[in-house]
Ligand binder design. Structure first.
Ligand SMILES: *[C@@H]1O[C@H](CO)[C@@H](O)[C@H](O)[C@H]1NC(C)=O
Ligand SMILES: *[C@@H]1O[C@H](CO)[C@@H](O)[C@H](O)[C@H]1NC(C)=O
Ligand SMILES: *[C@@H]1O[C@H](CO)[C@@H](O)[C@H](O)[C@H]1NC(C)=O
Ligand SMILES: *[C@@H]1O[C@H](CO)[C@@H](O)[C@H](O)[C@H]1NC(C)=O
Ligand SMILES: *[C@@H]1O[C@H](CO)[C@@H](O)[C@H](O)[C@H]1NC(C)=O
Ligand SMILES: *[C@@H]1O[C@H](CO)[C@@H](O)[C@H](O)[C@H]1NC(C)=O
Ligand SMILES: *[C@@H]1O[C@H](CO)[C@@H](O)[C@H](O)[C@H]1NC(C)=O
Ligand SMILES: *[C@@H]1O[C@H](CO)[C@@H](O)[C@H](O)[C@H]1NC(C)=O
Ligand SMILES: *[C@@H]1O[C@H](CO)[C@@H](O)[C@H](O)[C@H]1NC(C)=O
Length: 413
């Protein structure tokens, strides 16, 4: 109760000092690049100024410089070369609804941006948004109390200054650009999910999947495919397509916080059964979700540890996953022959999370869930504590290359 009163007082002060966008941004010395970009893409600025109740995540100068330093060529000049691209990047930093520091909890909140159309070409791949209501990010507090904004391929930006009030809502300064979610295939390759990528390619399903809006894909990892490798020798492309379609739900973007005990219709006109066990773990038929909420251009991917079998929908998880895995593991990963494996894989995509439902997304189960405890400090212009916890969420070289590729592409075009 004390805590709430405190936050309420802080929020009230912030609202009282509301100001227009230009004044709010001008008051922050670390936002000169953003101010310059907004000056170039004036229709976005005007659009922003005409909206009510928004949250703007404002990348600081270091965030833009980071892209330049890693070999990128992101600069103000590009705004005049490709204002359309810059506009879409800016739209992905602008969210519907006011999310203040006090609203950010350990449970991720999936909020919708103003990036609501597709056609964004990143590194030669279609990326962007085919998600009803606008492409999302998740916002949550990590276990040391930093507010994180997690975007494409789980790259997380950290809020360094929170709750700068302005007439249209609130601004939070972040330390990295929000990476617009990539296409399904680009995301699969980035996470080294080469078996699914290869299988979808073999079955001719990639264009179909990428053209859909609002999908939830349960993605068996390479170990899962390896478990069934011995049975894949004679499979036809049609059979493979049916199996893969059984992993895709269309019409619902099932972020982890929205999943419940239910059955969901799949693309092959059957149903998969979702169970949230009492630990918060998500089970799909016989598979466990081991990494949730990887955002893609047209929805979300959850990584699972088994390939789902449409011929055996009532399968339940074996009691001991390790035992099953070791007894039937083949010596090869099927469907990967034409796929170039990644030499470096972004950690956030390959790690296993133990608790994935109801927002309990954490690598090491701990007692931090839902306490509302955080290290958000609200004295003198609320600043969320920043700790440099050792580069775990650093923008990987790979992502920098993708972003650079996009910009280079845009200019060549
Ligand atoms: C903005 O939020 C205020 C306060 O909650 C509300 O009264 C108003 O209707 C909202 N405006 C829009 C356009 O949603
Ligand atoms: C905003 O302006 C840029 C160029 O001036 C243009 O490429 C873009 O399509 C415009 N966006 C809208 C929504 O009009
Ligand atoms: C995108 O959002 C804008 C308003 O922000 C709206 O005018 C436009 O119709 C939307 N487009 C789609 C495809 O939803
Ligand atoms: C977005 O989804 C719709 C509906 O599934 C589809 O018709 C459209 O082609 C998709 N757009 C893109 C660019 O993938
Ligand atoms: C593939 O089919 C052949 C001929 O029907 C059979 O002998 C072989 O065992 C099958 N292989 C697998 C892996 O099912
Ligand atoms: C979902 O189903 C499982 C297994 O039947 C059960 O243990 C769990 O309590 C259920 N969860 C909810 C929220 O009903
Ligand atoms: C699971 O099986 C492995 C290998 O047989 C064994 O080492 C491990 O103790 C088992 N774990 C449990 C919880 O039974
Ligand atoms: C990618 O997956 C393959 C097959 O599972 C594995 O051999 C390889 O080590 C993985 N690459 C990385 C970088 O983890
Ligand atoms: C908040 O943190 C304090 C100190 O670590 C602890 O004593 C308290 O129980 C926590 N409150 C909740 C609701 O977890």
């Amino acid at each position: 109760m004390h805590l709430n009163t405190f936050f309420f007082a802080a929020a009230a002060t912030a609202v009282a000092s509301a100001q227009d966008l230009a004044s709010a941004l001008a008051g922050q010395s670390s936002l000169t690049t953003l101010v310059a970009l907004l000056g170039q893409v004036t229709n976005t600025t005007e659009f922003l100024a005409s909206q009510e109740n928004v949250t703007l995540f404002a990348p600081n100068d270091d965030a833009f410089a980071g892209i330049v330093q890693s070999g990128g060529i992101f600069s103000i000049d590009q705004a005049s070369v490709d204002p359309g691209l810059i506009e879409q990047i800016l739209r992905y930093h602008l969210y519907r609804g006011v999310v203040k520091a006090e609203d950010i909890t350990p449970v991720p909140n999936f909020i919708h941006s103003y990036l609501n159309y597709s056609g964004f070409v990143l590194d030669g791949e279609v990326s962007g948004s085919n998600v009803t209501g606008g492409q999302v990010v998740s916002v949550n507090l990590n276990d040391v109390g930093d507010a994180l904004v997690t975007a494409g391929i789980k790259v997380a930006s950290k809020v360094t200054v929170a709750d700068i009030a302005f007439d249209n809502g609130v601004i939070h300064i972040i330390d990295k650009l929000l990476l617009i979610p990539l296409s399904i295939s680009e995301t699969l390759i980035t996470g080294n999910f080469t078996a699914l990528a290869g299988a979808a390619t073999q079955a001719g399903l990639v264009p179909t999947l990428e053209d859909l809006s609002d999908v939830t894909i349960f993605c068996p990892n390479n170990d899962a495919f390896q478990k069934i490798a011995s049975g894949t020798g004679n499979i036809t492309d049609e059979q493979l397509a049916e199996i893969l379609k059984y992993h895709v739900v269309q019409g619902t973007v099932g972020y982890s916080t929205l999943l419940s005990n239910t059955s969901l219709p799949t693309l092959n006109d059957e149903e998969i059964k979702i169970t949230i066990d009492d630990d918060g773990a998500v089970v799909v038929n016989s598979a466990r979700v081991i990494n949730a909420d990887i955002l893609v251009a047209n929805g979300v991917i959850h990584v699972i540890d088994e390939v789902l079998n449409p011929a055996n929908p009532s399968a339940t998880p074996s009691g001991n996953v390790t035992a099953t895995a070791t007894t039937s593991l083949a010596t090869f990963v099927p469907f990967t022959s034409g796929i170039e494996p990644e030499t470096s894989v972004y950690f956030e995509l390959t790690q296993t999370t133990s608790f994935v439902a109801a927002g309990l997304v954490t690598g090491t189960p701990s007692a931090t869930s839902g306490s509302g405890n955080s290290s958000v400090t609200t004295t003198g212009g609320p600043v969320i504590q920043t700790t440099n916890a050792g580069g775990r969420n650093d923008l990987p070289a790979l992502v920098a290359v993708v972003v650079i590729g996009a910009v280079a592409f845009a200019i060549d075009w």
